[in-house]
Structures are given as structure tokens and as C-alpha cells.
Design a protein around this ligand. Structure first.
Ligand code: URP
Ligand code: ZN
Ligand code: ZN
Length: 464
């Protein structure tokens, strides 16, 4: 049996901020009390002056993901190690069902990708591309395996996009099996027409990626997705929401009592469309979907986080190297692999530009980056909580540590940072994953492959 005591820290949860000690036994929190004697554990960490919070939960990452003829640059080893450096102790990644195949086979493929590599605990969503004849039963099978969420695409025609009937059938199944549908909400048909027009006019630069994906294409799809979920009588989760227009759709639905949830990502809170106009093709570094928007959307998204119109901040970490992968679209913006890196920087950015800037409280920060994603995706209170019995996934956070984000120092396997030169105050000092100190002295101390697959609970189910 191993024991670890975290003393003298200030505990920060989604609801409370208070002085207490945490006693960890093996991989779980055994007890939280005002004070334990130094002799209570084999190892003692003095967290005086530190905040002690539940480890970050990033429910939107793409490690080792095939896209546009290439594969995302971080695999489960490099990506989850980078996540740990940034204070994220759980990810939920996306497996993809190739059209015409069984989802169960795709799950095996993604387990193999993670096996022996993953450094923190992970769950999987399944991207559904085809319901075929047995797809609905396949979904039930996956829920039994702990894959209690599915992503569907309303964009990328002929690749990932599914039609409204498929979406409605899938939603109907989750009404019964308690899983959650994550929706990539953009009107793919309209976007395709705009893309073809731009190409026909010889417009091939990265900025065209943003200009051919208007905010109304996002808002329309969000509205439609919520309406389909409402008709199916089931909740829905909108991924990577990027604009005020889309946010208004979610807010209006929630005001009517509809269980619609949505996440946004640091890039939509901090960057805007001008990035895609960087010279020397550098705009390609910012090509992801939905695209970056006009600057006025940013403050609306922060307001949405503050007022709970948005419930989660994830990263949509999907890195492609500039030197070789983004270059695939040098002469045609549609061939630029879509995605950007971010799994390492989420906590730093949201703390600095959210909490330090007075836009959200420290407790709301924990709720957005840890507790609510754990709850929505069937992991709470195993993850996302500081409670006796919870996994000892804990971040010891130094609110005064200063850090400049840079490709020179980050641990993601990608040759640029979307947030190069951003100066943040507030950073991890130690990261504990299931009772093991995995990051300390700015070094990863854990064993590669130590992460476990999380069987997540469907609505009404219990975590295990
Ligand atoms: O551009 C993006 N977001 N790439 C990852 C795939 C997705 O749609 O989430
Ligand atoms: Zn998406
Ligand atoms: Zn994504």
C-alpha cells in the first residue's frame, strides 16, 4: 500500500475553496480533513501557498487520428504526456467507424492505438459514419463497453457527414440507452457549395477556409441538431462551438428547459479570423473547423461560460505539423488538414484569461475544465472531484507561476504553438494521476502506458 499526504494547500472545487489536507491511499483519495499528522503517509507534499484541484478532464482530443491523407501528429503517448504536463489527467478521444464497418471493430483499433502508450486515463467516444442495418444495436454494444457517447457530423459531405434521418435515429437510440450524442454542427451542404465556388474563382489561400464556413452555417446546424434531439426526447452536446450566433441557439433552447449542452475551446475564446491571413502560408496553422471568427464573438463566448450557456472548455486537440502536414494544402485550402494543437495549454489559458482577468471565478474554472465534463460524460465522481473515494487525480496549482507558452518548451509533438508568446500567470507545480506523482519539477515522472481505459457510465448508470 502506498500513501501520499498533500498538506497545507487550499482546496479548490467547482463549489468550494477551503483549507484542508488530502490523504491518498494507493490510487484513491482516502480522506479529506482539516489536518493530518506528518506521519500519516509515506510521502508528504507541502502545498502551502498552492491551490489543490481535481485534475483536468479534456473530453475532446484526437490522438493518432487519420484525416485528409495524414494522421494527427500526437499519438497516445506524446499527446497524453503533454496533457499531463498541462494538468489534464483524463482525456476522452474519438474512435472513428469507417463506413460499412462495425463500431466494435473501430473500438478495438483505438484500444490498440492507446495500448502501452497512454500516460493518463482515457475514454473514447465513437464517431458514427454509418448506421447500416445493425448500427443501432452496435451503439448499445458500445455503451456496454463504456463508450457512452457518439459523435456525429453535419459537415464534411462524403467523408463523415450523416443525414438528418441518421442523426434522428441515433438520437432516438440514445434516448433509450442513455448515451450522449456530440454534434459537429455546421451545415456541410452549404459549406460545400461555398467551397466549390471559391475554388472555381481561384481562391485557394488558408483564409478561404474561414470565409466558406459562415457563422450562420454553424448556427443553423446547432438549431437543427437541438430540434432533432428535442423531437427524439434526449439531451445533446454541441462540440467546439465557435460563435455568438451558435451560442444564441443553445441559450434559447436551454431557456426553454431543453437539455442542450455545449463546449467551446481556448482558440475560439482567444484567437480570431485574422490569424488565417498570416503571410507565408502560416495562416494554415489556424485551419480547423469551425473556423476562427470575427473578434466580437470572443467576449460573447466568455459571457456564455460565465452564465452557463456553455458548460465545458475542451481543446479539440488535433495537431498537424506545419513543415510537412499543413503544407499538403499549399495550393488548395481544402487539402490543409483541419486541426490545431492545444491539449497542454488549456488550464493555463483559461486560468489566466478567465480567472486572472475576472471573467470567471476560480470555482467556475474547475467546473468548466474538470467537474462538468466528468459529469456529462459518465466519469463523476471518479473524476472531476476531490472527495473520499474519488480517483486521486489532483493538480497542485501555483497561481503565481509565470510561463510563456512556446513551441520551444511545449511537449506536444508539433512544430508550432497556436498561442506562441502568450504570457500566463498560474501553472501546474505537480500533477497526480491515480495517486502517482506524474509531473514534478517540470518533468514527466510516470510510466508510459500506465493510463487506463475508462468505462464510462450512460445516463443513470454508475461509474466503475
Ligand atoms: O478541425 C478540427 N476540428 N479537426 C478535428 C475534427 C473535428 O471536427 O473535431
Ligand atoms: Zn468536429
Ligand atoms: Zn474534434
Amino acid at each position: 500500500m502506498s500513501t501520499l499526504l498533500i498538506r497545507n494547500g487550499t482546496l479548490l472545487t467547482d463549489r468550494l475553496t477551503y483549507k484542508a489536507d488530502i490523504l491518498i491511499e494507493n490510487d484513491r483519495i482516502r480522506e479529506i480533513a482539516p489536518s493530518f499528522p506528518l506521519t500519516a503517509a509515506d510521502r508528504v507534499i507541502d502545498a502551502d501557498g498552492m491551490l489543490v484541484m481535481p485534475g483536468g478532464v479534456d473530453v475532446h482530443t484526437h490522438m493518432d487520428m487519420p484525416f485528409g491523407g495524414t494522421t494527427s501528429a500526437d499519438d497516445f503517448e506524446t499527446g497524453t504526456r503533454a496533457a499531463a504536463y498541462g494538468g489534464t489527467t483524463t482525456i476522452v478521444d474519438f474512435a472513428i467507424q469507417p463506413k460499412g464497418t462495425k463500431m466494435r471493430d473501430a473500438l478495438d483499433t483505438w484500444w490498440q492505438k492507446a495500448e502501452g502508450k497512454v500516460c493518463i486515463d482515457y475514454g473514447l467516444h465513437m464517431i458514427v459514419t454509418d448506421l447500416g442495418t445493425s448500427g443501432l444495436e452496435d451503439m448499445d454494444d458500445l455503451v456496454r463497453e463504456g463508450v457512452a457517447s457518439f459523435k456525429l457530423f453535419m459537415a464534411y459531405p462524403n467523408v463523415l457527414m450523416v443525414d438528418d434521418a441518421t442523426i434522428f435515429r441515433a438520437l432516438g437510440q440514445t434516448a433509450k440507452n442513455g448515451a450522449l450524442i456530440c454534434m459537429h454542427a455546421e451545415n456541410g451542404g452549404v459549406i460545400d457549395v461555398l467551397v466549390q465556388k471559391a475554388l472555381a474563382e481561384g481562391k485557394t489561400a488558408p483564409i478561404q477556409h474561414a470565409l466558406t464556413r459562415p457563422v450562420r452555417a454553424e448556427a443553423e446546424a446547432v438549431n437543427r441538431a437541438i430540434a432533432l434531439a428535442e423531437m427524439a426526447g434526449t439531451p445533446i452536446y454541441i462540440v467546439h462551438l465557435s460563435s455568438e450566433d451558435a451560442l444564441n441557439q443553445v441559450r434559447e433552447a436551454r431557456d426553454r428547459g431543453i437539455p442542450a449542452f455545449a463546449e467551446t475551446c481556448p482558440q475560439y475564446l482567444l484567437l480570431s479570423i485574422e490569424e488565417l491571413e498570416r503571410p507565408n502560408f502560416e495562416g494554415a496553422k489556424y485551419v480547423f473547423t469551425p473556423p476562427l471568427r470575427e473578434r466580437h464573438h470572443l467576449s460573447k463566448l466568455w459571457d456564455g461560460l460565465r452564465h452557463d450557456h456553455l458548460q465545458v472548455v475542451s481543446t479539440d486537440h488535433c495537431p498537424f505539423c506545419f513543415a510537412d502536414q499543413k503544407q499538403l494544402g499549399k495550393d488548395d485550402f481544402t487539402k490543409i488538414p483541419n486541426g490545431g494543437p492545444g491539449v497542454e495549454n488549456r488550464l493555463q489559458l483559461i486560468w489566466h484569461y478567465g480567472v486572472n482577468a475576472g471573467k470567471i471565478s476560480a470555482n467556475r474554472f474547475v467546473e468548466l475544465v474538470s467537474t462538468t465534463p466528468a459529469k456529462l460524460f459518465g466519469m463523476y465522481p471518479r473524476k472531476g472531484a476531490l472527495q473520499a473515494g474519488s480517483d486521486a487525480d489532483i493538480v497542485i496549482w501555483d497561481p503565481n507561476a509565470e510561463h510563456t507558452i512556446s513551441v520551444e518548451t511545449h511537449h506536444m509533438r508539433v512544430d508550432y504553438s497556436m498561442f506562441e508568446g502568450f504570457k500566463v500567470r498560474g501553472n501546474v507545480r505537480q500533477v497526480i494521476s491515480r495517486g502517482e506523482v506524474v509531473v514534478e519539477n517540470n518533468k514527466f515522472q510516470g510510466r508510459v502506458g500506465r493510463g487506463q481505459f475508462l468505462k464510462r457510465a450512460a445516463r443513470g448508470g454508475a461509474w466503475n
